[in-house]
Design a protein around this ligand. Structure first.
Ligand SMILES: Cc1cc2nc3c(=O)[nH]c(=O)nc-3n(C[C@H](O)[C@H](O)[C@H](O)COP(=O)(O)OP(=O)(O)OC[C@H]3O[C@@H](n4cnc5c(N)ncnc54)[C@H](O)[C@@H]3O)c2cc1C
Length: 313
């Protein structure tokens, strides 16, 4: 995407979105890692029609589009992201609860915080989401990552999703056509998720609350608090734990620049101060090489590498 295209794109989005469309928004403000260069064009949208407008503008300009959720599973390059970075605004953060027969249907915007959903579900004595206690980010991001913990994952409660397809416009996709895997969801190319429909079942209020508290305790025991991070860096290889392999390979506390392998949990890299995306990426490469050499296992990143990594990368 060259400068003229970016300029034209910005002008057309400014007309539609005013100050909600901006040039050069620093993405370190929007990632839990506190790392990331600028977005060429940043836009915040508040309706399905606006999502469509942005998709059309991107298509007309031939510019790439990246949808940012809570930014809690991302490593954004120091050079930033070319084209458009779109964020769903507050109108997409609502959660509706509709009791229905034995269960409750939940209809939520993709920008709603996962934590809010879990807290309210537990408050309503609805079971099925206790595992997600403590998973940060948005529901849209949770869906895309099929976020999970302690044996549970978001796929278990999804009934349907709604969103805008770049070619076909607004769509509702029922559960039957959705394909989930481990920290993976097959989203049709160019599809922006705007809403999720979930189904939760009533549970015993006390049991639901106790499970949630137990997961909270276990999470606090094992996860690094204090430093910015993006959760688990690598996926667990089948039948193994990435954290144990990394620890056994001697990486706890290893530093590259401002990036450091957490002392509490070896599958977390923390930004110990002023870390660049390049620091994290170099540390990740060292870990992959070290674990491969020692354990003959090739770790795959769970964190998503986003943006422009330059010709040398
Ligand atoms: C302290 C900490 C603990 C964590 N613990 C866990 C855990 O226990 N389990 C776990 O699974 N994860 C965990 N994570 C990782 C992360 O929180 C999850 O993957 C989360 O679900 C990501 O959501 P997000 O909104 O931040 O997505 P982002 O990181 O913003 O985006 C993730 C992907 O989803 C896409 N996306 C987001 N929204 C949309 C949308 N509306 N439409 C289309 N695409 C979209 C993005 O383009 C990107 O590719 C943890 C992270 C941290 C920082």
């Amino acid at each position: 995407v060259d400068d003229a295209v970016t300029e034209a794109l910005l002008t057309s989005l400014r007309e539609l979105f005013g100050t909600r469309a901006r040039a050069g928004e620093p993405l370190n403000r929007h990632t839990s890692f506190r790392i990331g260069g600028p977005a060429d064009v940043w836009v915040e949208v508040d309706s399905v029609a606006e999502v469509q407008q942005v998709l059309s503008a991107a298509h007309r300009a031939g510019a790439p589009l990246f949808v940012l959720g809570g930014g809690t599973n991302l490593l954004v390059s120091d050079r930033g992201v070319r084209g458009i970075v779109m964020k769903l605004g507050r109108r997409f953060a609502q959660i509706e609860w509709h009791p229905n027969g034995a269960g409750t249907h939940v209809y939520a915007g993709a920008a709603a915080p996962f934590k809010k959903l879990v807290t309210e579900a537990v408050h309503r004595a609805l079971a099925g989401l206790e595992f997600a206690e403590g998973i940060p980010g948005s529901l849209g991001g949770g869906l895309l990552m099929n976020a999970g913990a302690f044996g549970g994952e978001i796929a278990q409660v999804i009934e349907a999703i709604e969103g805008v397809d770049a070619e076909r416009g607004p769509q509702r996709l029922p559960r039957e056509v959705l394909r989930f895997g481990y920290r993976h969801f097959d989203l049709p190319r160019g599809f922006v998720v705007t809403h999720l429909a979930l189904r939760l079942l009533p549970g015993d209020a006390e049991a639901v609350r106790t499970r949630k508290l137990e997961y909270k305790r276990r999470r606090e025991m094992h996860q690094p608090l204090g430093y910015p991070n993006a959760g688990s860096i690598f996926k667990n290889p089948p039948g193994q734990y990435a954290g144990r392999l990394i620890e056994a390979a001697g990486f706890k506390g290893r530093r590259v620049g401002g990036a450091m392998v957490s002392e509490q949990h070896a599958n977390f890299i923390v930004n110990a101060g002023g870390a660049t995306a390049a620091d994290v990426r170099t540390l990740m490469a060292e870990i992959v090489a070290g674990v491969q050499q020692q354990h003959h296992v090739v770790l795959e990143p769970e964190v998503r590498l986003v943006g422009d990594w330059g010709p040398a990368a």
